[in-house]
Design a protein around this ligand. Sequence first.
Ligand code: URA
Length: 228
Amino acid sequence: MEERVQKFISQAGVASRRKAEEFIKSGQVLINGRKAKLGDKVNPSTDIVKVYGKTVKPNQQLVYIMINKPKGYVVSKSDPQHRKTVFELLPEDLRTKVWNVGRLDADTEGLLILTNDGELTQELSHPKYEHEKEYEVSLQESPSESQLEQLRSGVEIATGTTYPAQVKQRDGKVRITIHEGKKRQVRRMFTTVGLTITNLKRIRINKLLLPKELPAGQFKLISKEEIL
Ligand code: URA
C-alpha cells in the first residue's frame, strides 16, 4: 500500500515526522534515485527510499524508553557548553537509535520519553492532541488561593495566555497539569504570579506516571500502550 514518504520515514524509526519533512525540504531524500517532494507517495515493498544516502528499511523495531532525567543534564544529543546530556545515560546501542519527545530544561528533573517511533513523537508533540503533562513544583513560599486561581485560569506569559490548568496542593508542594508545552512554561507561569520555584519535576505524561522506584538517571523500556 502506498503512503506519504515522510510517514514512511518516520514509521521506519529514522526520525520524527517533522525532521523527515525537513530532510525532504533540504533535498536529502531520494525515491528511486529522484529527489523527493513533500507528500510524494511510496510503496514500501517496491520503492527504494534513501535518506542522506542510506536506504530506509521499513519496520525497524520500535523502542520506547522512559527516563528519570536528573537535574543538570540537557535534553540534546550534544551540547555546545559541554554539559552532560540525557543520552549519555543510555547504553550505546540505544543512544544512537532514539530521540527525545519534547524537552525538559537543564534544571528540571523527571519523566522524559525517548523513542524511535516518529508517529508517536508527532502525536505527543502536536498541541491539537492536548496530552496532559503533570509537574510537581516545590516553592520558596506558600502560595495564596488567589495565586493558585490565576495559574488555573490562565496566565499572560511572553508567548501568549496559557490555557486553563489543573492545580492542586499536595504534601506541601503544588501539582500542576498543563496540556501545552511552551518554552519554560511552568517556570514562567509561576514567576508571573509571583512565586519562586525551588524544584521542578515532571511526574506524568498522559497515562504514563514516573514510578517512585525509578531513581534519577535510570531508564526503563516501556510499551507504547503505557503512554497513550
Ligand atoms: N516547564 C518548564 O518551565 N520547564 C520544563 O522543563 C518543563 C515545563
